[in-house]
Each structure stands twice: as C-alpha cells, then as structure tokens.
Design a protein around this ligand. Structure first.
Ligand code: RI2
Length: 309
C-alpha cells in the first residue's frame, strides 16, 4: 500500500478532508499519485494494487458516492491499457478531467442557483456544503441583500465553518442550534443544502438533520433546494442498492465517562430526505426535479450503465 493512499484514506476518515466533493477530488488525486509513483513493472500486479488502493480509499467513508464515482471515472477505461505506462496515463488524464469538471460544476451551480435568490431573501443552510455556499455567496456577490441562518450541525459542528465562511464574505449570518430549525423556519424564504449522494428515485442523502430541515420547510411552505453536481448521483441505486449511512463513534457525541456506561450512543451522520420534500435539485446541467434524476443518470452513463455495477 502506498503511503499517499493510506494517508489520504486516513485524512478522509478523520475528517481532515471532508465535504463530498473534496473527498472525491482528494481520492482521485491520491490514485493518480499512486499510479505516477508506481515502481513495479508487472501489469497484473499493478492492476491488483490499483484495486486494493481503490478499496482502501472507498472504505474511508462509505456514504458519499462522489468518491466512488470519482475513482470509477479515473479507472473505467483501464481495460484498454496493456501496460503500466498506458494505465498510468489513463488514470492521470481521468484524475485531471475529474478535478477540472468538479470545479467547473461548482461554479456553474453557483451561477444557476443564485438566479433563484432574490434581494431580501432569508435563507437557511445546514452543515458545510461548498456547493450550497457557492450559490449563496454568488447571490451576495451579485449585490443581492440576503440573510442566512446556518445550523450548528452537531456533532462535528461544521456549521461553525459555514458561519465564518459566510461572515468573512460580508453576508448577514446567524448561527442556530439544530433543534431551533423548526421554529426559525417560519422566518425563512428558501433552504439551500448540499448532497453526499442522490438516489435514482430522487431522494437525497446528506448530513444528519437534513431531512428535519426538509420536513420543517414543507410544513412552513418554504422552498427546499439541493445543490449537487451530477457526480453525486448514485448509479448503484438504479440496481436497488441501498446507500450505506455511516455511523461514527460515541466519542463524537459525548466525552468518555460523561454518561452511564450502560447508555448506548447511536451516531448516524447522514440521513435520507425523500424526493417528495425536495422542490429542486440544482446541478451543473440546470435545475431539475427529483423525478428527473434517473433519466439524467441513464443519459450520462449511456452504454456503460452496466459497467457501474
Ligand atoms: P460539498 C458534507 O459531508 C455535508 O453533508 C455536505 O452537505 C456534503 O458533504 C456536501 O458537501 P461531511 O464530509 O461537496 O461534512 O457540497 O460529513 O462541499
């Protein structure tokens, strides 16, 4: 196992690298570095080591399909290679294309999403999504006068990153605790959140508590928007695979010794928001309804649809 694969997997697991898009980009860059630095010459051995490296990266965090799609994009043409050198070039090109595509998609979503924000809007966001924040910051950059409520997002409190990021750009920002969502929703016009994975049926898997925002938004008749690159669409769900919801350790919720040792701690870090609570998914291809996710997957994967299995 090369050091960079193990180091990147550990950084993702420990959340030093986090956010579904960043995880994917870090994974593909690590795979490119693995291929670039590969010293052996046997092609079969290279392919075995490549598969092992992908598995180590994929096992680092199980929920965000962005990582799976990124690694798949870098290696899907590997069967065309006959040597380590050819494979190295394919992986290198695939990684470069993926990182460029990811950055362009985020920029496109910011522009498309910002059109849906008007001056005077009060927005709520959850966790720390670079894509959702891109939309909000673009609206501010265009001179729209907006206010944002951001949830704390226990247990990792990514909301602290969000409020500092928004405040640094001069946006009127208010931090709320997660349990304040329903009461604050009455003052909100629009919700913008990110996504870790989107299923073929249009449900969105994102930071735990996202579905709570969606329910509260539905009750208060507030528009619920998901900002997501299409590489967060999961082709595996087309075949009925369920998205694994990552559960993390008790020590993220309580300190050791803080609660009676008989108390069990359940710490799922993502949840699933059903399509019926989602008004729009803002992608680099445009704004779509959750019901269109399946068609876009089929269109994008084309003939290679069954390779994704
Ligand atoms: P971007 C994050 O997961 C959050 O759930 C966020 O909404 C999602 O990834 C998408 O983030 P975590 O890594 O790709 O904080 O939009 O668990 O940055």
């Amino acid at each position: 196992m090369s050091d960079n694969i193990a180091d990147t997997a550990l950084a993702i697991k420990e959340m030093r690298i986090r956010g579904a898009g960043r995880i994917a980009c870090a994974g593909v860059v690590a795979l490119k570095e693995f291929a670039d630095g590969y010293v052996g010459t046997g092609f079969d051995k290279f392919l075995q080591d490549l598969e092992r490296s992908k598995k180590v990266l994929l096992d680092s965090r199980p929920t965000a399909v962005s990582l799976w799609n990124g690694l798949h994009a870098c290696t899907k043409n590997i069967s065309k290679a006959d040597s380590v050198e050819e494979a190295r070039q394919l992986i290198s090109d695939g990684a470069k294309n993926f990182v460029e595509m990811s950055s362009k998609a985020t920029e496109a979503i910011a522009k498309i999403g910002a059109r849906g924000i008007q001056s005077g809007d009060i927005i709520m966001t959850h966790c720390n999504s670079s894509v959702a924040l891109g939309v909000i910051k673009e609206a501010h950059r265009q001179g729209k006068d907006i206010k944002v409520y951001a949830t704390e997002s226990r247990p990792w409190r990514q909301g602290i990153i969000t409020v500092n990021e928004l405040a640094d750009t001069g946006i009127d920002t208010t931090l709320i605790i997660d349990s304040a969502v329903r009461s604050v929703m009455n003052n909100v016009d629009k919700v913008f959140v990110g996504a870790d994975t989107i299923s073929s049926n249009g449900s969105v898997i994102n930071k735990i508590g996202t579905s709570q925002l969606a329910l509260a938004a539905d009750e208060a008749r507030v528009k619920f928007n998901v900002c997501s690159e299409t590489y967060k669409f999961s082709p595996l769900t087309m075949f009925g695979d369920m998205v694994t919801i990552e559960e993390r350790g008790y020590d993220e919720v309580v300190k050791t010794g803080e609660v009676n040792s008989s108390v069990k701690i359940f710490n799922p870090v993502f949840d699933s928001t059903p399509a019926k609570y989602i008004d729009a998914i803002i992608t680099e291809l445009g704004i779509i309804s959750p019901g269109s996710v399946y068609d876009i997957m089929v269109r994008q994967l084309g003939d290679s649809i069954f390779d994704s299995r």
